[in-house]
Design a protein around this ligand. Structure first.
Ligand code: SF4
Ligand code: SF4
Length: 318
């Protein structure tokens, strides 16, 4: 089964061709993923301080189905939301995989990492009669991973758990990883939650071609290379200064608080719920959930950005 890089990018890149992984049901993609993952790389998925929305988003993936992903593409060894085992059995299995597959497994981390008071505010197991926190487990098994994928805003940039006043001292995964004794590749998949295609597409890219091209915030450019504003169907309204003044009006939503100019994602082309619709498609302003500054930098949600943050109109670009 051959799937060239060009074909893969065509399949994944909504901004280029207007379709997404979840919209195409392309059997070649699943077959290529299976072939690339002949050894079914072990995946450990930890959950820190978060709402579990990222896992739920992935479980909603339609093509390939989540069953195909979990049974044929990867070997998901630990995920608190979907695994049947629990307690000591599950925790010791996770530790065993981290030791046995040292340097070969992928570590997915969902949620921010509470660090105040030695991370006691997010305990995910028990080790030697003491609480095992997400902080201590990440420090234990993170350095042995082949790569770490921070799934969602909370893991990638702190997100809601790290919003002011951040009483538990939540930090993004990158801050913990940067203090590891060895260098472990890190990919940030932003979004609150992330689109299932962004995570699956990244996993597929890693399996088929290695690490995708990342921007200066370790985000795959494939999905986060352009702002929502750049591909928005209301872009011409913005150019013509035709503003929606109340919800339901036609026009650019910037005066109703749209944060599309600050949000890097391909939502306008990929859309959500298997391509059914998306925020601005139902006349709701983008609240900037796909951003390293979410949520503090995007609030108040339904208040217009200050003018200094507005993008330039085409006529103003020299
Ligand atoms: S400000 Fe929002 S609604 Fe207006 S063009 Fe940009 S992304 Fe679209
Ligand atoms: S359009 Fe904006 S608020 Fe909606 S999912 Fe995309 S980045 Fe998030």
């Amino acid at each position: 089964m051959e799937l060239t890089r060009r074909e893969f990018l065509k399949l994944c890149s909504a901004s280029a061709v207007g379709v997404g992984l979840s919209q195409i049901a392309d059997p070649r993609l699943v077959a290529a993923m299976e072939e690339a993952a002949a050894t079914k790389p072990p995946v450990i998925w930890l959950q820190g301080a978060n709402c579990t929305g990222c896992a739920v988003s992935l479980l909603n993936t339609a093509h390939p189905t989540i069953a195909e992903v979990l049974l044929k593409i990867i070997s998901l060894e630990y995920n608190p939301t979907v695994m049947a085992a629990s307690g000591e059995l599950a925790f010791s299995h996770m530790e065993m995989i981290a030791e046995r597959a040292k340097g070969k497994y992928f570590l997915l981390v969902e949620g921010a990492i509470p660090t105040k008071d030695n991370g006691i505010y997010c305990t995910i197991g028990e080790k030697d009669g003491k609480e095992a926190t997400i902080l201590s487990v990440l420090n234990d098994i993170g350095p042995k991973a082949a790569a770490i994928i921070a799934v969602g805003d909370c893991a990638a940039f702190g997100g809601i758990p790290a919003a002011k006043p951040n009483p538990t001292g939540c930090k993004p995964v990158s801050e913990i990883v940067s203090a590891f004794p060895n260098k472990v590749p890190l990919i940030n998949i932003q979004g609150c939650p992330p689109h299932p295609d962004w995570l699956l597409g990244t996993i597929v890219h890693v399996l088929l071609y290695g690490l995708p091209e990342l921007d200066d915030k370790a985000r795959p450019k494939l999905f986060f290379g352009e702002t929502v504003h750049q591909n928005c169907p209301n872009y011409s309204y913005f150019q013509e200064e035709k503003w929606a003044k109340k919800f339901g009006d036609k026009g650019c939503l910037i005066k109703l608080g749209c944060k599309g100019p600050m949000s890097y994602s391909d939502c306008p082309n990929r859309k959500w719920n298997s391509g059914v619709n998306w925020c601005i498609g139902v006349n709701s302003p983008c609240i900037g959930c796909s951003s390293d500054q979410f949520p503090d930098g995007m609030m108040p949600f339904y208040t217009a950005l200050s003018k200094d943050k507005w993008p330039k109109k085409d006529s103003e670009i020299v």
